[in-house]
Design a protein around this ligand. Structure first.
Ligand code: NAP
Length: 280
């Protein structure tokens, strides 16, 4: 039976994919931080007679230790993982800089570090699957944001937008480095931009922006049910190349700073050092 691991699998796009794969007869491990959302997913799985194939794993992915523990749990339960989908995200576009108990800036920790730990940490169980894929769901193709090499934790001149955009670009580079480090891997790493999708994401934005985003979603956004179709297609039929990037169904050229291999390897080394130093 196919095994699909989805972070952020209890809401929005991640939940849409979780339900899709439960319909398809796969085993789904959905990760999220809110128990009620996990219970709601289990109830929907029960209605599909799929309760025996779904697992809710509660983890706060702002914590590197929690992401590492999740890797250990998944490796202890699954002999192989066919598809890893990385969706966990909570935008903090406004407000003061927040630092996790481990000392990382919030967006860097949740949106990037957790994905780094899971991508590399689950490699061993992905590799034996017949057609292993990692899909990192973010915003490839958006020409905004950069890595602040001199101060990646944004201790100086912080802004939530800057931090969010940096985490997006870090995820583009994560995919590039993952593939560059292992040219012989069987794992296909896909950076995926779903376009504008009506999820619960605006619920966590401050009030004026929340209403504006919801209003724009009503006009511009596609539904989760529609958005997961091309995602599932790519997950099931990944391209031959080790790394690729898409915006919905359009394959993106791997050009420019977002996909620069030198920068990707530099960020990989910097991140490896941060993760190792935390353990020491
Ligand atoms: N929706 C769009 O228009 C859009 C556009 C471009 C890119 N994307 C990307 O698509 C991905 C999914 O977005 P979405 O709109 O589906 O988001 P969403 O509906 O807000 O769902 C976010 C998911 O992440 C989980 N999550 C948040 N904080 C977490 C934490 N600390 N630890 C563990 N899990 C956590 C949430 O569960 P809990 O609340 O229980 O923690 C939830 O399951 C994101 O990477 C986003 O950047 C979305």
């Amino acid at each position: 039976m196919r095994t699909v691991v989805i972070t952020g699998g209890t809401d929005g796009l991640g939940k849409g994919l979780a339900l899709h794969y439960l319909h398809q007869g796969a085993r789904v491990l959905a990760v999220g931080s809110t128990p009620e959302k996990g219970e709601a997913l289990l109830a929907e799985a029960a209605a599909l007679s799929a309760l025996d194939r779904v697992t809710f794993l509660r983890a706060d992915l702002t914590s590197v230790a929690a992401a590492e523990e999740l890797v250990t749990t998944i490796k202890g339960t699954c002999r192989s993982v066919d598809q890893l989908v990385l969706c966990a995200q909570r935008y903090r576009l406004f407000g003061p800089r927040t630092v996790t108990p481990e000392g990382f800036e919030h967006s860097f920790a949740l949106a990037y570090l957790s994905r780094y730990v899971l991508s590399h940490g689950l490699r061993e169980v992905l590799e034996p699957a017949p057609r292993p894929v990692v899909m990192n769901v973010g915003t490839p193709g958006v020409p905004l944001g950069r890595i602040h090499w001199e101060d990646p934790q944004l201790t100086r001149r912080y802004s939530g937008t800057k931090a969010t955009l940096q985490s997006f670009r870090a995820n583009d580079l994560l995919g590039v480095a993952f593939a560059a480090l292992r040219p012989d891997t069987r794992i296909r790493y896909i950076g995926y931009n779903p376009g504008v999708v009506a999820t619960g994401m605006p619920d966590h934005l401050p009030r004026p922006l929340r209403s504006l985003t919801k209003a724009s979603f009503a006009v511009l956004a596609t539904t989760v049910a529609k958005a997961v179709t091309p995602m599932a297609h790519l997950l099931d039929e990944p391209p031959g190349e080790n790394f690729s990037a898409y915006r919905t169904t359009r394959r993106l050229p791997l050009k420019g700073k977002a996909f620069d291999q030198g920068a990707a390897l530099r960020l990989h080394a910097l991140t490896q050092d941060l993760v190792l130093r935390r353990r020491a």
